[in-house]
Design a protein around this ligand. Structure first.
Ligand SMILES: Cc1cc2nc3c(=O)[nH]c(=O)nc-3n(C[C@H](O)[C@H](O)[C@H](O)COP(=O)(O)OP(=O)(O)OC[C@H]3O[C@@H](n4cnc5c(N)ncnc54)[C@H](O)[C@@H]3O)c2cc1C
Length: 397
């Protein structure tokens, strides 16, 4: 990138970050409690993000987007999640889908046009990887796409589909054709006008209630150019997994950071009541700040490593390595375990005012939201995959 282009990209990111900070403070904060209580979609926040052009941050610059890198996207997600964890998760999941198209679909004119359209109309993209009968294994599908006469047909029973009913399109995993093996998958972009969506289960959960993620039966058909070129095996390893684990970690950190910020406000209030003395809770605050900093450095290091990958095929090849797979798995497990622990420690600092649901120090929503982290692609499942890789991986460093 020449210097002028780089400066323009930096300015554009700075203005997106400023917009997200404003939306977090003025919109997401105002609606977070209602979104959580009613398990409703954070429509005001997503409308404000649309209005500010934040939904196209991950679209490459040559297609009209801001071309944000991993660290920049993570900053946007972590900023928003400090106000509303569900909104941060919706934004992260949307960016993951945009990245899958931007990094694997651009040999197709259809997908280049689709991303130009996304910049103009700020389409919101959702994801359907889960399926009744595959037990949380994103790398296998039962459903298959059928292609005939330039059209596709696809039916899928998903166990969990975040904000599908509020999205403009869904990226759906499925088998390449009816004879393909369970792990021979492709991604299909299903647009709102191409689908009949029937909700099959409820979404009355402990946390992340605003993601609105019940089960759905999707029946769809459309032009077959909406099948993303290449294999999902590659887009999973090279894009979906690193984007998911880094962006999720950043937003889980945002939830934990807001919990610690509430605890810090509480401790300062105590200190003001007894000038000249350090309240005992300040020691606990200092201790939890260490864990929060470690968590932040963990996702930031991964984002920096990702952004430092060589461009083109060399970088894509590195992402297929065991080293990268383990790095992403370790990050996800570490951050998903740290987030609820940090919120728990913030709660011990604040005490009953954090336990109550109607004080400025309430931490119930943070706690419940953070508990989803270890389940969202089960940590046990991830550790089991890491365990088999460890048998053959020799760490060169
Ligand atoms: C907030 C949220 C939003 C989501 N949004 C979406 C979405 O938009 N689209 C989508 O497709 N999905 C979504 N999901 C679903 C998610 O991607 C996973 O599919 C789902 O969380 C896994 O469900 P599970 O626990 O039943 O599955 P499993 O992974 O099958 O786990 C079931 C149980 O088996 C255990 N287990 C699994 N493997 C092993 C192992 N190897 N060793 C030991 N124990 C094991 C687990 O610990 C767990 O107790 C979302 C989930 C959450 C929490």
């Amino acid at each position: 990138m020449d210097q002028r282009v780089a400066e323009r990209a930096e300015e554009e990111f700075a203005s997106l970050l400023k917009a997200v900070r404003r939306i977090a403070a003025e919109v997401a904060t105002a609606h977070a409690v209602d979104v959580d209580q009613k398990a409703r979609f954070p429509m005001e926040t997503i409308a404000a993000l649309r209005e500010a052009g934040v939904l196209s941050a991950a679209v490459p610059r040559h297609l009209g987007g801001a071309g944000c890198g991993m660290m920049e996207l993570a900053q946007l997600c972590s900023t928003l999640s400090q106000a509303c964890g569900s909104s941060g998760m919706v934004l992260a999941m949307h960016y993951i889908q945009v990245a899958c198209i931007a990094r694997h679909g651009l040999e197709s004119e259809f997908f280049r046009d689709y991303l130009r359209d996304l910049v103009q109309h700020q389409h919101l993209l959702a994801s359907m990887t889960s399926e009744v009968g595959t037990f949380g294994d994103t790398r296998s599908s039962i459903c298959a796409v059928e292609r005939e006469g330039g059209r596709f047909k696809l039916t899928k029973d998903a166990t969990t589909g975040s904000y599908c009913a509020h999205s403009d399109a869904i990226l759906v995993t499925c088998r390449r054709d009816k004879d393909a093996a369970a792990n021979d998958q492709v991604l299909v972009l299903v647009k709102r006008e191409d689908w009949a969506l029937r909700q099959t289960t409820s979404w009355d959960t402990m946390g992340m209630r605003g993601t609105c993620s019940p089960g759905f039966r999707l029946e769809s058909s459309g032009p077959d150019q909406q099948v993303v070129p290449g294999a999902f095996a590659d887009s999973a390893a090279q894009t979906m997994v690193p984007y998911s684990h880094i962006l999720w970690s950043s937003l889980w950190w945002g939830i934990a950071a807001d919990a610690v910020a509430r605890a810090a406000t509480f401790v300062r209030g105590q200190a003001r009541q007894r000038p000249g003395s350090v309240p005992p809770t300040a020691q606990r605050l200092a201790e939890v700040a260490i864990q929060l900093q470690t968590m932040k450095q963990n996702w930031q290091a991964a984002a920096r490593d990702f952004d430092a990958l060589p461009e083109g095929a060399a970088g894509m090849d590195e992402l297929l390595s065991i080293e990268w797979a383990l790095k992403c798995n370790n990050l996800k497990i570490a951050c998903s375990e740290a987030a609820p622990q940090i919120v728990h420690r913030a709660l011990q600092i604040v005490g009953i005012l954090g336990y109550k649901n109607d004080t400025p120090f309430s931490l119930g929503r943070h706690y419940r939201d953070a508990l989803s982290a270890a389940l969202m692609i089960s940590n046990d499942r991830i550790v089991a995959k890491s365990a088999s890789m460890m048998l053959v991986f020799k760490d060169a460093s």
